[in-house]
Design a protein around this ligand. Structure first.
Ligand SMILES: [Zn+2]
Ligand SMILES: [Zn+2]
Length: 405
C-alpha cells in the first residue's frame, strides 16, 4: 500500500527531475519571464504544504521524540535554516492552524508566503476578531503588493486597537539586533533584524547617498547592494570626521593603522595592522596615509615604544580649503562627488618625498581614491591638466576647474 510519504517522495522525484532539465541559458527572455513566476507559485505551494506539516508536527509535540527543546530548534536543526527563519516558520504555521480561509488560499496558490505572513501578524494581534474579517482580508490581500498589503493591514489594526499595536511595536523594537562578525576569506558579515522605526533613518540615509551617487557619476557599475555597503561606510566615516563626534579617551574615535616606514614606502615587503589586529595591505595603508593624521612611533628592538610623536594632519586645514576651492569635488573623469566625500590624494606620495602642495594634491572621492590606489591607476599632473592612466594604458585627462596655484 502506498503511503503519504511514498507519494510525496515520488512527487519530489518527478519535480526535481523536471527542474533539473530546465536550461535557463537555452530559454528565451519570454520563457524566463513566464518560468520565474511559475516556479515562485510552485515554491509557495510547497511552502504551504510544508507549513501545514510543521503545524501538525508542532501540535503533536514531534520535537519531544528527538529530545529537541522546541519545534523551532528541531526545524532549525533538521532543515538547516537559521534560528530566526525557523522561529518565523513555526509562528506562521501555528497561526495558520487558526486561519482556515488564509490556509486554503495559501494552499491553492491564491496567496503567496509573504502575504500569508502579513496576515498571520494581524491574526496574532487580534485573534478574537480576525475570523470575522478573514474572508474580506484574504480577498483584499491577493492583488496587493506586499508593501501595500502591509500598509492596508496596519490601518486595519489601528482602527481595531491602538494600544495593542503599540504593544507589538514595543515588542518588535525589543527584537532589534545587529552583528558584525568575521566571515570567510577576510570578509566581515553584517547581519541583523531592525524594527521599522529604527530602520527608517538608515533607509532614508542610504537611499539619499545612492541617489546622489547616481546623479554624481555617469560611469558607476556597482551593484545596488555594493552601493548600499559603500554608503553605510561613507556615513560612518563622515560621522568619525564630523566636528560633533564625541571624544573617547581624550580623542575622537578613529581608525588607527600601524605600519613600518619602509613598508609604507615600498622598500620592504610587509603589511600594516589596525589596532583591532586586521592586516592591512601596504597600498591600502598608503591610501589611508594620503589624507590622515600621522604620528611617528619609535620602537625598541622588542616592539616597546620608545617615543611617540605628535599626531599631525598630513594635509593642513588651510591647504585643504584651498584644494577644495580649486577642485570643488572629485577630479576623476565623469565624477561629481562633493568635497565632503573626498580625500586629498598625493600624486607623488609624501612617503616617497612628494610634497604636500596644491600642485601635488588632487581631490578624489573615496571610491575613486580606492580605484587609483588599489586599481593601480597612474596619476600625472602637467600644469593644469591631471591625467589618469589605467593599467591597460587608457588615459583620461581632466583640466583644473580654476587654475590658481
Ligand atoms: Zn592617495
Ligand atoms: Zn570620484
Amino acid at each position: 500500500m502506498e503511503t503519504n510519504i511514498d507519494n510525496l517522495a515520488e512527487a519530489i522525484r518527478g519535480l526535481t527531475d523536471a527542474i533539473r532539465e530546465l536550461d535557463a541559458e537555452g530559454m528565451s527572455v519570454d520563457e524566463l519571464a513566464e518560468g520565474i513566476p511559475a516556479l515562485t507559485v510552485l515554491m509557495d505551494r510547497a511552502e504551504a504544504a510544508r507549513l501545514g506539516m510543521v503545524g501538525e508536527f508542532d501540535r503533536r509535540g514531534g520535537a519531544d521524540v528527538t529530545a529537541h527543546t522546541s519545534t523551532t530548534s528541531w526545524l532549525k536543526d533538521r532543515c538547516d535554516i537559521s534560528g530566526s527563519t525557523a522561529r518565523e516558520k513555526v509562528r506562521v504555521a501555528r497561526a495558520l492552524r487558526l486561519m482556515p480561509l488564509t490556509e486554503a488560499a495559501f494552499g491553492d496558490g491564491r496567496l503567496g508566503y509573504s502575504h500569508v505572513r502579513e496576515l498571520t501578524r494581524c491574526h496574532s494581534a487580534h485573534p478574537d476578531v480576525f475570523g470575522d474579517h478573514e474572508e474580506t482580508l484574504v480577498d483584499v490581500a491577493g492583488p496587493l503588493s506586499v508593501r501595500d498589503l502591509r500598509r492596508a493591514l496596519d490601518h486595519w489594526r489601528q482602527t481595531l486597537d491602538g494600544p495593542g499595536v503599540l504593544d507589538e511595536l514595543e515588542e518588535q523594537h525589543g527584537r532589534r539586533r545587529l552583528w558584525l562578525s568575521e566571515a570567510f576569506e577576510g570578509m566581515i558579515r553584517m547581519d541583523g533584524d531592525i524594527d521599522p522605526d529604527t530602520a527608517e533613518p538608515i533607509r532614508v540615509a542610504l537611499d539619499a547617498i545612492c541617489d546622489r551617487d547616481a546623479r554624481a557619476s555617469t560611469d558607476d557599475h556597482r551593484t545596488q547592494s555594493q552601493k548600499r555597503a559603500d554608503a553605510l561606510s561613507e556615513i560612518c566615516r563622515q560621522w568619525l570626521d564630523g566636528a560633533d563626534t564625541p571624544q573617547i579617551g581624550g580623542e575622537r574615535p578613529h581608525l588607527d593603522v600601524l605600519v613600518d616606514v619602509d613598508v609604507l614606502s615600498g622598500w620592504t615587503a610587509g603589511a600594516g595592522e589596525t589596532t583591532g589586529g586586521r592586516v592591512v595591505h601596504p597600498e591600502v595603508a598608503r591610501r589611508l596615509a594620503c589624507d590622515a593624521s600621522v604620528s611617528r612611533i619609535v620602537l625598541a628592538g622588542d616592539s616597546e615604544p620608545l617615543d611617540v610623536g605628535r599626531r599631525t594632519r598630513v594635509v593642513p586645514a588651510g591647504m585643504r580649503r584651498a584644494l577644495v576651492a580649486r577642485d570643488r569635488g572629485c577630479r576623476f573623469p565623469g565624477c561629481d562627488r562633493p568635497p565632503r566625500w573626498c580625500d586629498a590624494h598625493h600624486i607623488i606620495h609624501w612617503i616617497r618625498n612628494g610634497p604636500t602642495s596644491l600642485y601635488n594634491l588632487v581631490l578624489l572621492c573615496r571610491r575613486h581614491h580606492r580605484i587609483v590606489h588599489e586599481g593601480r591607476w597612474q596619476v600625472l599632473r602637467d600644469q593644469g591638466d591631471i591625467t589618469f592612466i589605467y593599467p591597460n594604458g587608457i588615459e583620461h585627462t581632466n583640466s583644473d576647474r580654476l587654475i590658481s596655484m
